[in-house]
Design a protein around this ligand. Sequence first.
Ligand code: ATP
Ligand code: MG
Length: 420
Amino acid sequence: MKYSLLRGMQDIFSEQIYLWQYIEENARKILENYNFQEIRTPILENAELFLRSIGEDTDIVEKEMYIFQDKKGRKIALRPEGTASVVRAYIQHNFFNSPPPQKFYYIGPMFRYERPQKGRFRQFHQIGVECFGVSSSWIDAELIYLLKQFLEKLNINNLTYEINSLGCKSCRPQYRKVLFSFLTDKVGQLCIDCKRRFDKNPLRVLDCKVPSCKESLKNTPLIVDFLCQDCKEHFISLQRELDEMNISYTVNPKIVRGLDYYTRTVFEVTTTMLGAQNAVAAGGRYDDLVELFGGPSIPAAGFAIGMERLIEICSNSLLIKPKKPFVYVAYTGSSIENEAKKVVNLLRNNNIPTETAYEKLSLKSQLRKADRVGANIVIIIGEDEIKKSVYIWKNMKDGSQGEASLNELLELIRRKYDTE
Ligand code: ATP
Ligand code: MG
């Protein structure tokens, strides 16, 4: 019986894993500069958490959720995104009792039952951030600035930043009404999904990728013209802040995002390097979500970056050094095995990556193995040398070799390793 990966899932290894580690390490470094603290929430949550927050008429809830019943008949979901879980944790641990802002980040797998294709998987990974307690557009601008800084660190430059405001619960209903009556005349021309969605959630129609729907929406009323005074001011100050930060962006009044919980700011970062799956990161403000989950009224904003899409665009431009053992310990004769163990342990205890054969092999095949794993230095332990308390070392890169006592050898290797 042979087993293989589930559809839409991937194993990540070899050169790819170094790239993942590099990106994750850089993300942590930058996020910690902005005082985001890591949070790790479970992959399984109560399905209701997502159904309520993401919204019924969204792609995720309609068709992409992995939901199952556990042994007690509870409805459980594999998380399709990170925000709902972080908000749940924020309320569950009373984080709102500490002074704002509270900033969290997560790195981990998400699950959506989508049709697998380039840039679209069923298990994919996100780096996400959530910031609680600040209503100022300063935070919204800072999130976009942070994204830009991170993406530029990874040599990704061909990016477009698009922003929009979705208003709030006082101004959005008005726009919704206007949009609804506009769409009522067009409903015959809309796709099946939009026909079904339009009376429950007309904003969702704006997000439709079907060309005929896009065509029908050409002269649609735009939400930016219906914002209340507070939302308008928030949106204007966000744009002023982005200008001050020298971020070039465009206002795209048709961005509504695939999740229902957003209020005011929404944004998307796209690239021309990915084809159809062009969104690298997306986010926005969700000032009502904490309250919707039973917490106090706390404003919040965040974003999520798709790791697989990042990897796709930077795999050619980033040269990442593979991780390999620096030293290979070779030995001849079984009585030497204990000596080899001692040397291997000493090197590893000194933080020098070390490998050995673990079995009796000819010196020739041990040297071949050392070469294959990419070791820089081989230490050869032989009976005659042990009697003299010396070890032979060989530099695999330049072919030089010599003899040294254990202490000298350690010193020599450490010096070489530090300058690598
Ligand atoms: P899309 O329009 O591509 O479906 P989305 O709006 O569903 O994206 P979000 O929920 O905002 O995506 O998730 C944020 C980011 O996560 C996306 O910009 C994308 O980079 C990534 N992402 C989302 N779904 C997938 C997936 N199935 N496979 C790989 N990456 C994904
Ligand atoms: Mg999607």
